[in-house]
Design a protein around this ligand. Sequence first.
Ligand code: RIB
Length: 301
Amino acid sequence: MNEITVLGIFVADISFSGPKIPNTGETILGDSYNIGPGGKGCNQAIAIARLGGKVNFISKLGNDDYGKLAIDKLKKNNINTSNIIISNEHKTGVAGIHVDKNTGKNAITVVRGAPSSLTIKEIDTKLIKQSKIFLTQLEIQIEVTLHCLKAAKEYGLINILNPAPACKLSSDFFNLIDYFTPNETEAEFYTGIKINNENDAKVCAKKLTDMGIKKVIITLGEKGLFYSDGKEEIYLKASADKALDTTGAGDAFNGGFAFALLKGKKIKECLEIANKVAGFSTTKLGAGDSMPTLKDINLKV
Ligand code: RIB
């Protein structure tokens, strides 16, 4: 039985690390590059699997070299690929990522390719039924995402939505969500509240729980994170790791959080584990390739 099902995209991330993110019309000389697994869903699935969680990854790939790279990486991480559709009509997607090596900050363009054509008919809801947690983002078409969230709720799973990239959601989404995990920019998109301090985060989380979401975790980058379920509130500082590349840190956080929840940890410990996983992921170039094992973060569960 696979315990967590992740719906999302795989793209090949082509990351360039250099002294800065180039301006429009500018050419700069970079220092290093990495071609590896990316796409929020794939990164989250890898994060869970590397920690030792059993994962189904639902997605779509092209019948091409990057598609083969995806299957190879997913299988090496023991991720169940039985609901990955291989398309002969669409290419596997790619993301071009510029990373400033001094701050670890990035600029990303994602061309989703094959998974942008994933349909409801192609979803094997049996896999969702077998799981305890359903984790997804907003890189797959909204109607497919909504269909899976509804199926997961019907089967009694815990639903985690990482609402990235931010896009308008209908109100029927919010009642299906147990954990909503925006970063501060996404939280502002959904509430109109700009977060400058802990109090702003509280007000923002309150607005989200008033919309029908059960529990909210707002990640605040180097400022840490804020959690609220409408009663209990937790504020945690960010991990102290020196960031080389923050690409995929949010995915590491979501994967780490889902894994800790699956292991039955209390909320504060889930957040601490997710924070550690995210911190470690920023110390390496790349997204999916930078996810830690339990040993890497000195954790026993
Ligand atoms: O969250 C980071 C990811 O977003 C990258 O891996 C990139 O592919 C985009 O999907």
